[in-house]
Design a protein around this ligand. Structure first.
Ligand code: NAG
Length: 831
């Protein structure tokens, strides 16, 4: 998507200019210089110069007092950074639209000057000074020269002060701010420092620098603490692939997109090729990114970034707060339960306790936050402590704020880290341990409540994590918390791309974040007005389905696309939450998952707009008996692929929890698409008041875990899938329509699974029992080998014990392996 061919003529032109410009550096004759400057002025259609001589001042009030590099790419001048506040800066003249240029260097980022009578003056002494409102010198190069000097802006983006002898007295490349340009060295004496925020250019907390051991690192140097966060601080240098032996401490970027550091760290940009413009920047969010200029799209795009999971960047959330991933922005900070934000406008101040914690043993209780890690600030590491021992240890320690506890199922090894401070917190389903937060016993449950405030998004039916158990029932707060978390983290992968995208398009109007814009940019997903949908459905005239969530109508959009519009029942969810949810679902994109094209949220109305599926649901097709073997097998494979994607590839944590024939839709080619995933989240059910049955899937398709109140994992969908497959091939519903031929004389119809198993166990040969269970309507016209595999896999899927069931991707693999085998068999026969 981002690969972009470099038009050759431009590259060679730049090359040509660079060569001539170099020549001009060595020429001292002002006349020649003027001539060359003039010729370039013509080429870059600008009347500005690239060089000033001693005794000259550049005034903030004169618009023409701007230096422009010979090729017109860079400018140096006064750059507005706020209300009547200016910094002397160098910026890219691209993108030319808008007024937000790409600033690459600033002289006085921490001390902007007045918009009136401020000046940059090249003194006769050889010193370059920036004076504020005509008086105070806020910045200078501290240079002096006996011979005359001149200041030039080169095509490289380097602002250089040279004397008559051609000796460089000062250059901006030696004093980087947050950006490194090609050919600019990062050295032992220089570092990149981020901006404070997207709109505040002053020095922020994040630094890229060479550490004392010669390793290039990222440091959060915050208000109270400093932490290295890249490479991962728990890795020793060589584990992170870094060398400590080369003490030259040099890193450099080239125009091909290679970034090389003397500690053996190298980066190759995704678009490795000679590019006109590149830059490496430490962004205000603490990540280091390599940007390339896309001439066609007139934008910068990210061709590499140091940190893929932005919650791993420390400091952003401050103390007693943790970072998690959300949709609509890259990440979010949340105070720990019982804590509140210290400074409502700046997260870096973190959170402070709302309680007074007396460190009396008997007055504390621990609150478990699953998959939350707070890094560093341990009293020590206590291996092989049990949870109770770890709790007791924390209670005995003075000032213990809580502890990190990890228990490995694999080797039975546990780790206990009591904490003196709660910093660098983040939540990720990848993290195998939990944080136990120490809270006062008094009002403990009210803090637990405060965690529930995070759980606006999911009801238990919708999305929970993949194969990661959680405690239900008693600790409902935690359940909700985790569900919320699961959803929140949901967009991680997408957010990676998304982040890149939004960095490109979002300029400095961060305040008016338009979620719509993001979504449209990615998928064409859009918001519809209620009136438009009313019209599309002819006033909700043609009902095509009805489910727990709402009624589905057929409609036709003005562009003649047929749509299925689901009107949700009783929305009791705010628009923001609804949007957050919808945007997650809207971004999930797979050929075997139904595509959402848009939504409507207006007043009480909440509607979802889906692609219309010509052949309706699998349920309809089963009851009309319209499927032949080929279609059946295709449906089994496609559905498995869709679910596997949902479980494992797209968002690891999305479970469907309501797989059934009504939710498998068929397109014009009878290719299945799974519908209704993630939907229950939109209904915002009140778990406390809901009866147990309403938070489970559909009767007949539910895994035993629901009934026995066991941990819910992706295996519940596997179970339901198995039932659907059995239903499809036997032509019998999961709970009814099965003959009650039971030796015990039970009158109740036997469950489909039990019936199939019984047939299998009775049988002596595979073929004979298959014949007994397969829908007679198929009249034996199916491939026996494949059918055997399909039924065997389905039976594995409906094992009572969840660990005995395969994962959805294993199902796909088993079904397709058979496909490949049978193809090669065919081949053999043909030969
Ligand atoms: C140290 O790094 C520099 C820059 O990457 C390289 O030119 C030099 O050869 C390295 N020195 C050694 C001893 O490897």
């Amino acid at each position: 998507m981002y690969i972009h061919k470099q038009p050759h003529p431009i590259y060679s032109r730049q090359h040509f200019i660079a060569v001539v410009a170099q020549a001009s550096d060595t020429m001292d004759s002002p006349v020649l210089f003027l001539l060359i400057s003039l010729s370039f002025s013509l080429m870059s259609s600008s009347s500005s110069l690239d060089t000033i001589h001693e005794g000259t001042s550049l005034s903030i009030e004169k618009l023409e007092d701007i230096l422009i590099s010979p090729d017109g790419v860079f400018s140096a001048g006064f750059y507005s950074v706020g209300d009547n506040a200016y910094c002397y800066a160098i910026w890219f003249n691209k993108p030319s639209r808008g007024k937000n240029q790409t600033v690459i260097w600033m002289a006085n980022r921490d001390q902007p000057v007045n918009g009136k009578s401020s000046k940059l003056s090249l003194l006769k002494t050889g010193n370059l000074i920036l004076s504020d409102a005509g008086k105070l010198t806020v910045w200078s190069t501290n240079t002096q020269s006996l011979s005359s000097v001149h200041l030039s802006l080169y095509n490289t983006g380097n602002l250089v002060l040279k004397n008559m002898e051609g000796i460089t007295l000062w250059e901006s490349f030696d004093f980087p701010t947050d950006t490194l340009l090609p050919q600019q060295l990062l050295t032992r004496s220089t570092r990149l420092v981020s901006s404070r925020s997207q709109t505040n250019y002053s020095s922020g907390f994040y630094k890229l620098f060479f550490d004392n051991d010669n390793v290039l690192r990222l440091l959060y140097d915050g208000l109270d603490v400093s932490n290295i966060y890249w490479p991962d601080p728990w890795l020793v240098s060589w584990e992170a692939g870094r060398s400590t032996y080369n003490n030259s401490r040099i890193a450099v970027l080239d125009t091909f997109g290679n970034f090389n550091s003397s500690d053996n760290f190298t980066v190759m940009a995704a678009d490795y090729a000679p590019k006109l413009h590149r830059r490496l920047k430490i962004d205000y969010d603490g990540d280091v990114r390599l940007y390339s200029w896309d001439d066609e799209g007139e934008t910068w795009f990210v061709s590499w970034q140091a940190i893929q999971k932005p919650c791993k960047i420390y400091g952003i959330c401050g103390a007693n707060s943790f970072c998690s991933y959300i949709v609509g922005s890259d990440r979010k900070c949340s105070c720990l339960p019982g804590f509140k934000m210290k400074n409502l406008t700046d997260w870096s101040y973190g959170c402070e306790p709302e309680f007074h914690l007396s460190y009396n043993r008997s007055e504390s209780r621990f609150f478990q936050l699953p998959h939350v890690e707070f890094f560093g600030y341990d009293y020590g590491y206590f291996p092989n402590y049990t949870l109770d021992q770890c709790k007791n240890l924390c209670l005995q320690l003075r000032n213990c704020k809580g502890f990190q506890f990890t228990f490995s199922q694999d080797d039975g090894f546990s780790k206990c880290y009591p904490k003196t401070l709660l910093l660098n917190g983040y939540r990720s389903p990848d993290f195998p341990g939990d944080l136990y937060l120490r809270l006062p016993k008094q009002n403990f449950f009210s803090y637990e409540k405060s965690v529930q405030d995070f759980t606006l998004v999911c009801s238990s039916k919708g999305t929970v994590q993949l194969d990661r158990t959680y405690k239900r029932s008693r600790e409902n707060g935690i359940v909700k918390f985790m569900l919320w978390f699961a959803c929140g983290v949901g967009g991680l992968e997408i957010i990676g791309i998304f982040l890149v995208w939004c960095l490109l398009t979002r300029t400095r109007q961060a305040s008016s974040v338009d979620k719509q814009g993001y979504l449209v940019g990615i998928t064409g997903f859009r918001r519809f007005s209620y009136a438009a949908l009313k019209k599309a459905t002819k006033d909700f005239n043609e009902e095509i389905g009805r489910g727990a969530g709402g009624i589905v109508y057929k409609g036709v959009l003005p562009d003649n696309r047929a749509v299925a519009i689901k009107r949700l029942n009783e929305p009791n969810q705010g628009e923001g939450e609804f949007l957050a949810e919808v945007s997650i679902i809207g971004r999930i994109n797979h050929m075997h998952l139904i595509e959402m094209w848009g939504y409507c949220a207006e007043g009480k109305h909440r509607l979802l707009v889906y692609e219309y599926m010509e052949h309706g649901s699998l349920a309809q097709n089963l009851s009309s008996r319209a499927l032949d073997w080929k279609k059946m097998f295709g449906i089994a494979v496609g559905t498995a692929k869709g679910l596997a994607y949902l479980h494992e590839e797209c968002l690891e944590w999305v479970l469907h929890c309501d797989v059934k024939p009504q939710n498998i839709l068929l397109d014009s080619n009878y290719q299945p698409k799974v519908a209704d995933f993630g939907l229950s989240k939109l209904q915002n059910r009140n778990i406390e008041n809901a009866s147990f049955s309403s938070i489970r899937g559909t009767r007949g398709y539910m895994a035993p875990e629901w009934v026995f109140n066991l941990p819910i994992t992706s295996k519940v969908d596997v179970y339901s899938y198995g039932i659907v497959v059995l239903e499809m091939v036997t032509g019998k519903g999961p709970t009814k329509g099965v003959d009650a031929i039971d030796s015990g004389g039970e009158t109740e119809p036997k469950r489909l699974v039990a019936w199939v198993r019984e047939k299998r166990n009775e049988a002596t040969a595979m073929s004979s029992w298959l014949e007994k269970i397969i829908d007679p309507l198929l009249e034996g016209s199916y491939e026996k080998d494949k059918m055997e595999i399909l039924v065997t896999v389905a039976l594995q899927c409906v094992e009572e014990e969840k660990d005995a069931r395969p994962s959805m991707s294993q199902v796909v693999e088993m079904l397709l392996r058979q496909e490949i085998d049978s193809h090669s068999d065919d081949h053999g026969v043909n030969l």
